[in-house]
Design a protein around this ligand. Structure first.
Ligand SMILES: Cc1cc2nc3c(=O)[nH]c(=O)nc-3n(C[C@H](O)[C@H](O)[C@H](O)COP(=O)(O)O)c2cc1C
Ligand code: SF4
Ligand code: SF4
Length: 252
């Protein structure tokens, strides 16, 4: 019989969802998609395996994800974790995600650090996860199925320091250009309700903004952008990673 999979994800620009979905669909045809950006309550499900997927922000999982996870009861269920990052490094994110999952009562049986296009500088990791990544993630899923069939679960470790790296976010928020037509798609996509679309302008509460880039990705007019000086600074910082093909890493 097919296992039911609960796929919990936070994916402001789609890369995390893509990687986790490839995995979840290889495990089962019966996947329950649970978007952490949208859901506020997490009732118990009849899923048998949880997939928990988060993007890496500053070598950590976003505080937004950590807060959402506190509302989920793992109830002793087995889980597979994905930290999805934009080529530079995932540092303590996977360890942090696994600690958070264990603290909620999940039994983490396998983990992946998967590469996706960088959501701030898309020329870094452009197009990833691609076909080669998909084949690797599917192979990992088959190994996880083997592990589930075999039991008892062998212990494993993922890289990462404790205490985790300090990261307080970036003190900036995207801006809207005059070509904005006040369609409100950015406000609807914002996970922290930081955007208010007024008659002739879009207001962004920089205190609430976690710089997740969901609003820039969703804007049909390409009118939502990072402040150009910040974008240039980050492009310079990450330029060295444009030609790097970082490998996915799997732990089980
Ligand atoms: C605020 C912020 C911080 C990021 N920090 C890192 C990082 O430390 N290391 C890295 O390799 N990628 C980093 N990235 C890139 C994302 O981890 C990567 O693009 C991820 O796939 C985004 O997930 P999404 O496509 O589901 O939004 C960062 C992106 C953002 C928006
Ligand atoms: S999505 Fe783009 S066009 Fe629509 S309100 Fe937001 S900034 Fe304006
Ligand atoms: S305003 Fe900030 S938090 Fe909201 S979608 Fe845009 S980048 Fe993300």
């Amino acid at each position: 019989m097919q296992r039911k999979v609960d796929f919990y994800y936070f994916s402001p620009t789609g890369g995390t969802k893509k990687a986790g979905e490839i995995f979840s669909r290889e495990i089962s045809e019966n996947v329950n998609f649970i978007d952490l950006a949208k859901e506020k309550e997490f009732p118990q499900t009849d899923g048998e395996l949880a997939v928990l997927a988060a993007p890496v922000f500053g070598g950590r999982i976003p505080a937004f994800v950590a807060e959402k996870l506190k509302k989920i009861d793992g109830a002793g269920k087995k889980a597979v974790t994905f930290a999805v990052y934009g080529v530079r490094a995932y540092e303590d994110a996977l360890a942090e995600l696994n600690d958070a999952a264990a603290a909620r009562g999940f039994q983490v049986i396998a983990s992946a650090a998967a590469v996706a296009q960088h959501s701030i500088v898309p020329s870094v990791g452009a197009g990833r996860p691609d076909e080669k990544d998909a084949a690797e993630i599917q192979e990992f899923a088959r190994k996880v199925l083997d592990k589930l069939a075999q039991g008892p679960d062998a212990a494993f470790e993922v890289p990462g320091n404790r205490p985790y790296k300090q990261w307080g976010g970036m003190p900036a928020a995207p801006i809207s250009l005059p070509s904005c037509n006040q369609c409100k798609k950015c406000a609807d996509a914002c996970p922290t309700e930081a955007i208010a679309v007024k008659e002739n302008e879009v207001e962004t509460d920089a205190e609430k903004c976690i710089l997740c880039m969901a609003c820039t990705a969703v804007c049909p007019e390409h009118a939502r952008i990072l402040p150009p000086p910040l974008k240039e600074k980050l492009e310079e910082k990450l330029g060295a990673f444009k030609d790097v093909r970082r490998a996915n890493e799997f732990y089980l």
